[in-house]
Design a protein around this ligand. Structure first.
Ligand SMILES: Cc1ncc(COP(=O)(O)O)c(C=O)c1O
Length: 366
């Protein structure tokens, strides 16, 4: 079986370091906050060239807490992509704001040409999502945010260290969020997330909020919550940070092999690389004819695949009350029946890629 993702292969390759790191946390009983979290936060923000990184429990919490700290709530509207994971829109509505979806472009990013028509006096922020590992046209979004005085929060859950115009995603806006869910390019061994920002007061507020509104023991300036990256996850992430550039490069090379091998297959549309963007290929997503049959055929031939995502957000049951029409989001609507994610990870072999490509071509020649 060629698995969709192979976390064990990666663990085996760094087993000694990971086991030691976990053992160190246990020896020091540094489970909550403490030196391992501090070191990881420093490593992460230093690599990004950002002043503050606050480790939290998940990417979902990172989004929800960032919006809360930026006072986004009832009566506000927040613009985001129609084609993303539900965590992005949940964070908006859970804070009491209204989510305004925008269709995607041919690179699967939010279509910047369609954003301005959705802005009104209630609009407070834009959350672009660097989906599948590739930056959106973030400079254009930065310009829009400046023009209309909107907050910019980047969702980098899938784009660890991807760049646009040689600048890391996550460093363009007021704040950015990351997920360290195990399958992410930089993944923990459980849930984890982070918020980054250059703004001192925002960082202070977020850090306090994530720790029950407490800047120091027995002092609670505001009511907050418990959302802290734990020591074991932070220690694991610090080890993995040493390899992230090499791993991202390997993902890129794997994608290049797919693109080369599948370029002659007329039944699929390969992912395109946006000008000025470096792609870290969190996912390798093709658009294909007869998606369900192809997926079934691949599985019969021992190849696991994924679908990201089976329904664009405006068409999910939980957003039926918005009464969105499919014609409002033609790209997202069309894509949802065509998208297929092929296995991609740093450890995937040339041979595995070849088998997958040959099986796809065989399917279309039947
Ligand atoms: C685009 C996007 N945003 C947010 C999240 C939420 O991250 P987490 O699973 O760590 O809560 C995810 C996770 O899959 C995601 O893909």
């Amino acid at each position: 079986m060629i698995p969709f993702i192979d976390l064990d292969k990666q663990y085996i390759s760094i087993k000694k370091e990971i086991d030691n790191a976990i053992q160190n946390v246990i020896s020091q009983s540094a489970y909550i906050q403490g030196p391992f979290v501090k070191t990881f936060e420093e490593n992460f923000s230093e690599k990004l060239g950002i002043k503050h990184c606050i480790g939290v429990t998940s990417g979902t919490d990172a989004l929800t807490i960032t919006l809360k700290a930026l006072n986004i709530g009832i009566g506000d509207e927040v613009i985001t992509a129609a084609n993303t994971f539900i965590a992005t829109s949940e964070a908006i509505t859970i804070n009491g704001a209204k989510v305004i979806f925008v269709d995607n472009d041919e690179y699967f990013g939010i279509n910047t040409k369609l954003i301005e028509e959705k802005i009104n006096s209630k609009t407070k922020a834009i959350i672009p999502v660097h989906l599948y590992g590739q930056s959106v046209d973030i400079i254009k979004i930065q310009e829009i945010c400046r023009k209309y005085n909107l907050l910019l929060i980047e969702d980098c859950a899938q784009s660890h260290f991807a760049t646009y115009n040689n600048q890391y995603t996550g460093t363009f806006g007021d704040a950015a969020i990351y997920s360290f869910y195990p399958g992410k390019n930089l993944g923990a061994y459980g849930d984890g997330g982070a918020i980054i920002t250059n703004q001192d007061s925002l960082a202070h507020k977020i850090r306090m909020y994530c720790n029950h509104g407490s800047p120091e023991k027995h002092v609670h300036l505001i009511e907050g919550t418990n959302s802290r990256l734990d020591g074991i996850q932070a220690a694991i992430l610090s080890i993995k940070m040493k390899y992230i550039d090499v791993w991202n490069q390997k993902r890129f090379e794997a994608a290049a092999k797919y693109i080369k091998n599948l370029s002659k297959c007329n039944n699929i549309i390969l992912p395109q690389i946006r000008p000025l963007s470096s792609h870290v290929f969190h996912l390798f997503v093709i658009r294909c004819q007869n998606r369900e049959k192809l997926q079934k055929y691949l599985l019969e031939n021992n190849i696991q695949t994924g679908i990201h995502y089976a329904k664009a957000l405006p068409f999910l049951d939980c957003y039926q009350h918005y009464n969105h029409k499919t014609s409002e989001f033609p790209m997202a609507f069309k894509n949802q029946d065509e998208l297929l994610s092929l296995p991609i990870y740093p450890e995937i072999s040339d041979e595995q890629i070849e088998i997958i490509c040959n099986t796809i071509m065989k399917f279309y020649s039947l």
